[in-house]
Design a binder for this molecule. Structure first.
Ligand code: PEP
Length: 258
């Protein structure tokens, strides 16, 4: 991380876990444990039905609530979908986009790009995910794959909006598997992402872009991952469901900057 040039962000992704009642209980417990220092931004991206309970519980805190997806259209006949205006009105600040679990359900790069534009237009912060499969890594195409995902997700974004975008590198082989990328592997790809961002938006914007690592980050491995110069935080699944583990990761983000 490099707190001189960019924000550190510790973000949770609850996926399809916890009910609204469980959300309230979790937030009460988390609130009591939150460190007083403000060395990083904190986000919790929760299932859509849990957003009101999460926003209500965290109103007086510095924890920003986020969604796990949205629809790029402003309104209309899209049964079951949720617009950015709905998320903004509900008090959201962040939206995860292009998570590999959603890509596996058929979400395309074009749809992700449209969502990034809609989220920025609404004044929300997109957390744009990218990542390679184990097969892609083993066949040596990680660099090409990640470069392509980032270019497609960020196509047509005006330079002045680029700094609001958070990018999360999430190797698919490390998500929910307990198999974390080594700090060196994660740093190598996060550094590459910053080069891609530099080519798209210039060096000042690239230096200011927050890039997260996600994939079995937990209270045991977070410190070392966060110590890497181009890893500005974490997108955390499983460990964000337990207040003590999530708080430990927040504390691990309190380290001297390069
Ligand atoms: C995720 O879902 O974004 C994730 C990184 O999950 P986990 O931490 O459980 O691997």
């Amino acid at each position: 991380m490099n707190r001189k040039y960019r924000k550190t962000l510790i973000a949770g992704n609850w996926k399809m876990n916890k009910t609204p009642s469980e959300t309230k209980a979790f937030m009460t417990e988390l609130k009591a444990m939150l460190p007083k220092g403000r060395w990083c931004d904190i986000a919790l991206c929760v299932p859509a039905v849990c957003i009101p309970a999460a926003v209500r519980a965290m109103r007086e805190t510095r924890v920003g609530i986020g969604a796990e997806n949205c629809n790029a259209n402003p309104s209309g006949a899209y049964t079951g979908e949720i617009s950015t205006a709905m998320l903004t009105d509900a008090g959201c600040k962040y939206v995860i986009l292009g998570h590999s679990e959603r890509r596996a359900m058929g979400e395309t790069d074009e749809e992700i790009n449209a969502k990034v534009k809609a989220v920025l237009e609404a004044g929300l912060v997109p957390i744009v995910c990218c990542g390679e499969t184990l097969e892609q890594r083993e066949s040596g195409i990680t660099e090409e794959w990640i470069t392509m995902q980032i270019k497609l997700a960020l196509a047509g974004i005006p330079e002045e909006k680029s700094r609001k975008i958070v990018i999360a590198y999430e190797p698919i082989w490390a998500i929910g598997t307990g198999k974390t990328a080594t700090p060196e592997q994660a740093e190598e790809v996060c550094q590459l992402i910053r080069v891609v961002v530099r080519k798209l938006f210039g060096s000042k914007n690239a230096r200011a872009t927050t890039i997260l690592y996600g994939g079995s980050m937990n209270e045991k491995n977070a410190y070392e991952l966060l110590a890497q110069p181009d890893i500005d935080g974490g997108l955390i699944g499983g460990a964000s469901l337990v207040p003590a583990k999530f708080v430990k990761i927040i504390e691990d983000a309190n380290q001297p900057t390069a």
